[in-house]
Design a binder for this molecule. Structure first.
Ligand SMILES: [Zn+2]
Length: 200
């Protein structure tokens, strides 16, 4: 089987806030393809050193081995090393951490090799700005799908609030923090804004 029946290969970005079960959905999608006898190449940016580089895992306990992609890795060239496996689909987790060049590599794989690519990841950082990978995906993906998550108040959560040890929302700092001492909470924009205002 090559690609998806009766459809042109597409670049997908399935995005959501923290805790919206993106990794679980990536792994379930992988399972569904494999159940149909299709070969999946599961990849993940290697920027997150807190976790095992070669495993995609979800909070509900699903996990699978993946190929780590380093910031200077050409995904186009890395894909060539997989050619003997006759890959039918690429599934990427934590796609916000890819570089724009790496997203363009995946765009090229879709266009030139007709292999669909499904990217899962965050839309924005703790200050509501795009990550490099998510920005490029919004620019060039064929299909954008939101994976919804709910704020404590019941509204849709769209902000990945970074919370300090005292429970305060942090609005300054590096976009990506290695180490994991900071915690994140998915909030609606209104609760996020009010939380910041109440701290001033
Ligand atoms: Zn809220």
């Amino acid at each position: 089987m090559k690609g998806m029946v009766n459809t042109v290969a597409k670049l997908y970005f399935k995005y959501g806030a923290m805790g919206s079960s993106k990794s679980a959905q990536a792994l379930i999608t992988k399972f569904n393809y494999e159940e149909k006898g299709m070969k999946v190449w599961l990849i993940k940016p290697s920027i997150d050193t807190r976790e095992d580089l070669e495993v995609v895992s979800s909070r509900i306990g699903l996990k699978a081995k993946c190929t780590p992609i380093f910031p200077d890795t050409s995904i186009w060239e890395a894909f060539e090393s997989q050619i003997s496996r006759k890959i039918d689909v690429i599934i990427a987790d934590e796609s916000q951490f890819f570089t724009a060049e790496q997203i363009d590599d995946m765009r090229k794989i879709v266009d030139e090799l007709s292999v669909p690519v499904l990217c899962f990841g965050l839309r924005t950082d703790f200050r509501t700005n795009f990550f490099e990978g998510s920005k490029r995906l919004f620019e060039v993906a064929d299909k954008l799908t939101e994976i919804k998550n709910i704020c404590e108040c019941g509204r849709k959560a769209i902000v990945n609030a970074r919370i300090d040890d005292n429970g305060n929302v942090i609005t300054e700092g590096e976009q990506v923090l290695i180490g994991g001492e900071e915690r994140y909470t998915a909030m609606c924009h209104n609760c996020w804004r009010k939380a910041i205002a109440s701290q001033e």
